[in-house]
Design a protein around this ligand. Structure first.
Ligand code: DP6
Length: 420
C-alpha cells in the first residue's frame, strides 16, 4: 500500500510492561552518549496488576510523521528526542518481513517487507497506572513498554541476546531491566567499544522465589526532586565516593545478591539491599552540592525497619529508596501481614474504615488491622520517637515480583485511529 491508498493499513501492537525497583542501584553514567552505567545493578520486576505502562505502537504508510501521546495528551516534539529516536530507530533496524498465511491456499505471503517498515512513520500511545500524585518512577516501565511494543509491531529479532535491552537502556537506563520478569541484572559492560555488552539479563524468573513481597510506602513530598539524569551527572562529576563504590563495592555486592537470590537467602538479600540503598544516598550526600532524596519520613521508616529486624533477631524486612522519599520494603510472604500491621500502626490511614482507599490490597489490610503486634516490638519502635501519625504516607501498595512485558489484545490498545 502507498500513502495515496484511500484505505491504508495500520499495523499495530499493544504491550504492557512492569516497573522495577533496584536492590543494587544504578547511579552514574560511564558514557552518556550510549547511556551506559559506571556499575552493574540488579532489580526486581514488579507485578503488573497495580503498576504498569501500556503502549500501543502503530505504523502506517499514511502517517506523515512520528507522534507520541502520553496518558491521552500529545507530547509535541517528543518524536525528535534522542531517547525516543534511539528506541524507534533501534528496534526498526531489527525489523523482519511481516508474513501472513493466505486463507485461500494456506501459503505464506509477505505483506510488509523489512524495507517497507523503514518508509512508515509510527504513532505511539502510552498510558501508565502510576498515580501522578504517587511520585513513583514510571520511566522504566514506559520505555520498556515502548521497546516491547515496537518489537511486536516490527517483528524485530535480536542479532545477539539482550540487544533489545541495549535499546531500552538508551530510553532510560533502568528500563532495560523491565524487559524481563523476576530478578534482573544489568551488566555494566564496556569491554566492547559500541557498548553492546551493556545489557540486562534475567538472574531468576518470577516463579523462582515466589515468596518475596514488596510493600511500597508513597511518602508525601511537596518538593520537586532532582531528576535521576541530572543528579547522577552531578554525582559523577563531584563524588569520589561514587567512583570508589562503582569500582570496589558494587562488583562484590552483585555476587552476594545473585547468590542470595539463587539460594533464596532473605537474610543476605535484605542486608545487601539496605546497605546498597544507604550507600547510594550517601553518594548523593557526597555530591557537591549535595542531593537529598530521602526526607524525615523516609528516615523514620529506616529506623522502624531496623527496630523490627533487631526485635525479630533476623531480617524480616528490607527497605530501599530511589531518587525520591518513597520507601519500598521487601519482605517474605510469611511476614507480610506483620509488616503491614506495623506500617498501619505507625503510618495509619485517616481511619480504619478508609483503609480500602489507603492500601492497594484490602483483604491483606484487613488481616493486618486484626494482627496483634507484640508490645515489645511497639516499645522498641516508639523509642525512636515514632508515634501513631496520619498523613506522612499517602498510599501503600502491596505487591510482589512479576513477569516481563505482556502482549495484550489489540482491543486493550489506547490508540484512537483517526487519520487526519
Ligand atoms: C535511583 O534509569 O531513571 O532509580 O538512565 O538517566 O533515565 P536515566 O536514569 P534512570 O535512573 C534510575 C536511578 C535509580 C536507581 C535504579 O533504578 O537502579
Amino acid at each position: 500500500k502507498t500513502s495515496d491508498d484511500p484505505n491504508p493499513i495500520i499495523h499495530q501492537a499493544t504491550v504492557s510492561a512492569p516497573t522495577n525497583i533496584a536492590c543494587i542501584k544504578y547511579w552514574g553514567k560511564a558514557n552518556p552518549q550510549y547511556n551506559t552505567p559506571i556499575n552493574s545493578s540488579l532489580s526486581v520486576s514488579l507485578d503488573q496488576s497495580d503498576l504498569r505502562a501500556v503502549t500501543t505502537a502503530s505504523a502506517s504508510s499514511s502517517f506523515d510523521r512520528d507522534r507520541l501521546w502520553l496518558n491521552g495528551s500529545e507530547v509535541l516534539d517528543a518524536a525528535t528526542s534522542k531517547r525516543f529516536r534511539a528506541c524507534v530507530d533501534g528496534v526498526r533496524a531489527l525489523a523482519t518481513d511481516k508474513v501472513v498465511v493466505d486463507p485461500a491456499n494456506g501459503a505464506n505471503r509477505v505483506v510488509v517487507t523489512k524495507d517497507d517498515w523503514r518508509g512508515m512513520h509510527v504513532h505511539i500511545a502510552s498510558y501508565n497506572t502510576f498515580p501522578t500524585a504517587a511520585g513513583l518512577a514510571s520511566s522504566a516501565a514506559g520505555y520498556a513498554a515502548l521497546v516491547a511494543a515496537l518489537v511486536r509491531l516490527f517483528g524485530a529479532e535480536e542479532s545477539y541476546p539482550g540487544e533489545f535491552t541495549a535499546i531500552a537502556r538508551q530510553g532510560s537506563g533502568s528500563a532495560c531491566r523491565s524487559l524481563y520478569g523476576g530478578f534482573v541484572a544489568w551488566r555494566a559492560g564496556g569491554a566492547k567499544s559500541d557498548w553492546s555488552d551493556s545489557i540486562a539479563e534475567q538472574v531468576a524468573d518470577e516463579l523462582h522465589w515466589e515468596e518475596v513481597r514488596a510493600v511500597i510506602l508513597v511518602v508525601s513530598d511537596a518538593k520537586k526532586e532532582t531528576s535521576s539524569t541530572d543528579g547522577m551527572s552531578d554525582s559523577v562529576a563531584t563524588s569520589e565516593l561514587l567512583a570508589f563504590r562503582a569500582r570496589e563495592i558494587v562488583p562484590k555486592r552483585m555476587k552476594i545478591i545473585e547468590e542470595a537470590i539463587k539460594a533464596k537467602d532473605f537474610e543476605s538479600f535484605g542486608k545487601v539491599t539496605m546497605m546498597d540503598s544507604n550507600q547510594f544516598h550517601a553518594t548523593c550526600l557526597d555530591t557537591y552540592p549535595p542531593i537529598f532524596y530521602m526526607n524525615d519520613v523516609s528516615r523514620s521508616v529506616v529506623q522502624m525497619i531496623h527496630k523490627y529486624n533487631a526485635w525479630a533477631g533476623e531480617i524480616r524486612a528490607a527497605y530501599t529508596f530511589d531518587a525520591g522519599p518513597n520507601a519500598v520494603l521487601y519482605t517474605l510472604d510469611k511476614h507480610v501481614v506483620e509488616l503491614l500491621a506495623l506500617v498501619l500502626k505507625y503510618y495509619p490511614a485517616l481511619s480504619d474504615d478508609l483503609v480500602g482507599d489507603y492500601v492497594s490490597n484490602l483483604a491483606l489490610a484487613k488481616e493486618a488491622l486484626e494482627f496483634k503486634l507484640c508490645p515489645s516490638l511497639m516499645a522498641a519502635v516508639e523509642k525512636t520517637g515514632r508515634v501513631h501519625k496520619h498523613g506522612d504516607v499517602k498510599m501503600v501498595y502491596c505487591t510482589r515480583g512479576g513477569p516481563g512485558p505482556q502482549t495484550l489484545d489489540p482491543c486493550d490498545g489506547v490508540f484512537d485511529f483517526k487519520i487526519e
